[in-house]
Design a protein around this ligand. Structure first.
Ligand SMILES: Cc1ncc(COP(=O)(O)O)c(C=O)c1O
Length: 341
């Protein structure tokens, strides 16, 4: 019996740790991180703080937690949080912004995830009859808009506005390294406009677990309290942080390969009758294509060994990552073409 090869394009979260990560986990020096005594967690936090030029960092299990801890730390109950439409914090964090922290999301227009400075300015509440604006939260890359990049210049302009208005500026940078690589800038430059950034290690960087929140020393000291409150105080967490260290040391530059493969995939799929893609939106490793009856088509793809995500009735998401090769791209295009004929 010949086993069918599975090409898993559902998400970059399906990546498995490399051999070097597993070895680092095995060898990791450990301690109780709630007492601040885990050397591997400290090393990861220090390294990432150094790379991004933030004063301090805090390791947590998930990107949802780093975002939610950041929001709780920056804003007060009853405050509004301005964010781009379709922000992950709003769409996919199960309303935790309101449930955990009593915050109110204020979604603004953001074509391809890029809000205009004026849209943010005009959404800031100034009247005593309105919930005060507590925070601006951006997303780079934008998960739902095809992994689109929020350009550095726009981030700087929004940062200037935030400073004028005395509002903190947070970045959901689950895929911040993808955004930096795509713009050919350093992660330090990418982070510079923000007061806090949340970076995931378990997406394109292929670590098994983990996300890091970055900010000033004072901000991170306050964030400690919310991490514990939200259940994120882990003990010998160095066992997973060790893989994160390998991830940030070895897996960032190769993201350019994922981006190249996503572009190749998008261009080839766009040539198939009945499929359309906004090629201008393919900046990094995420490709959305439009097709009628998307869930049914995704099932047909699955039967042929290509796993995808039908995120609406007429669109399917494909994500390239560490385990996807050039041949997988060729095979995926071939299978989709056959299914469309
Ligand atoms: C943009 C963005 N932010 C945050 C998260 C949350 O990460 P986690 O699944 O680790 O909670 C994700 C997850 O896919 C994401 O895409």
């Amino acid at each position: 019996m010949v086993l069918m090869k599975i090409i898993d394009l559902r998400s970059d979260t399906v990546t498995l740790p490399t051999q070097a990560m597993k070895q680092a986990m095995f060898d990791a020096k450990l301690g109780d991180d709630v007492y601040g005594e885990d050397p591997s967690v400290k090393e990861l936090q220090d390294k990432l703080a150094d790379m991004t030029a933030f004063e301090a960092a805090l390791f947590m299990p998930t990107g949802t937690m780093t975002n939610q801890v950041a929001l709780a730390t920056h804003a007060e109950r009853g405050h509004e949080v301005i964010m781009p439409e379709k922000a992950h914090i709003y769409e996919y964090e199960i309303g935790s912004i309101s449930v955990l922290s009593g915050l109110i999301p204020r979604l603004i227009d953001a074509p391809l995830g890029v809000p205009a400075v004026e849209s943010i300015r005009s959404s800031i509440n100034r009247s005593i009859h309105q919930a005060p604006t507590g925070l601006i939260a951006l997303e780079n890359t934008h998960n739902i808009f095809s992994g689109t990049v929020l350009p550095l210049k726009r981030c700087q302009e929004i940062s200037e506005l935030a400073q004028e208005e005395n509002l903190p500026l947070h970045l959901d940078g689950a895929r911040a390294f993808n955004a930096a690589v795509a713009q050919n800038i350093s992660i330090k430059e990418l982070c510079e406009p923000f007061d806090s950034v949340s970076i995931c290690l378990s997406k394109g960087l292929a670590a098994p677990v983990g996300s890091v929140l970055l900010g000033s020393q004072d901000f991170i000291s306050k964030a400690h309290r919310y991490r514990k409150m939200f259940g994120g105080g882990m003990r010998q967490a160095g066992v997973i942080a060790a893989a994160g260290i390998v991830a940030i040391e070895t897996m960032t530059d190769r993201l350019a390969d994922d981006h190249k493969r996503a572009k190749t995939l998008a261009v080839a799929l766009n040539d198939i009758d009945g499929i359309s893609i906004n090629l201008a939106s393919v900046h990094t490793n995420i490709v959305f294509f439009s097709i009628p009856n998307a869930p049914v088509f995704a099932e047909k793809m699955r039967a042929k060994g290509v796993l995808s995500n039908a995120l609406s009735s007429d669109s399917i998401r494909l994500v390239t990552h560490y385990h996807i090769t050039d041949n997988d791209i060729i095979e995926t295009v071939k299978i989709i073409k056959e299914l469309q004929n």
